[in-house]
Design a protein. Structure first.
Length: 130
């Protein structure tokens, strides 16, 4: 999941590096994370504008709410395909790579390790548009 500065950093919730500790790798990571967050926010806005049921809490059982959201996503994508909207998606292949962490002072937290691994991946595999 992606979050902004207001959220805490967790292994499952990525947020930007602090501005006072930016290296080239971290700046690049911040730019890519910001771009991803904006894309998700735009997609959420599109869904919200078309499917008003998600404008508030869906007052039903969790399983039914989950199915409603999945159906909305399928219907939304079907409408996009029928309207002929061109998609600009890039196929991405993830290569497994071992990363050795440097120890300087205290050990980094698991969340920082995850964020650093993403930053390293972004540096090693920059965006290539097809």
């Amino acid at each position: 999941m992606l979050g902004d500065e207001a959220y805490p950093l967790h292994p499952y919730l990525m947020k930007l590096h602090e501005r006072n500790s930016l290296t080239d790798r971290r700046r690049n990571f911040n730019e890519r994370l910001s771009r991803a967050r904006k894309t998700v926010e735009c997609a959420s806005g599109n869904l919200y504008s078309k499917w008003r049921i998600i404008s508030k809490a869906i007052e039903t059982e969790v399983e039914l709410a989950d199915n409603i959201v999945k159906c909305i996503c399928v219907l939304h994508n079907t409408i996009i395909e029928k309207q002929g909207v061109e998609r600009h998606l890039t196929d991405v292949t993830v290569h497994s790579k071992s990363v050795a962490w440097e120890r300087r002072g205290r050990l980094p937290t698991e969340a920082k390790n995850v964020r650093d691994l993403f930053a390293l991946y972004i540096e090693e595999y920059p965006l290539r548009y097809n």
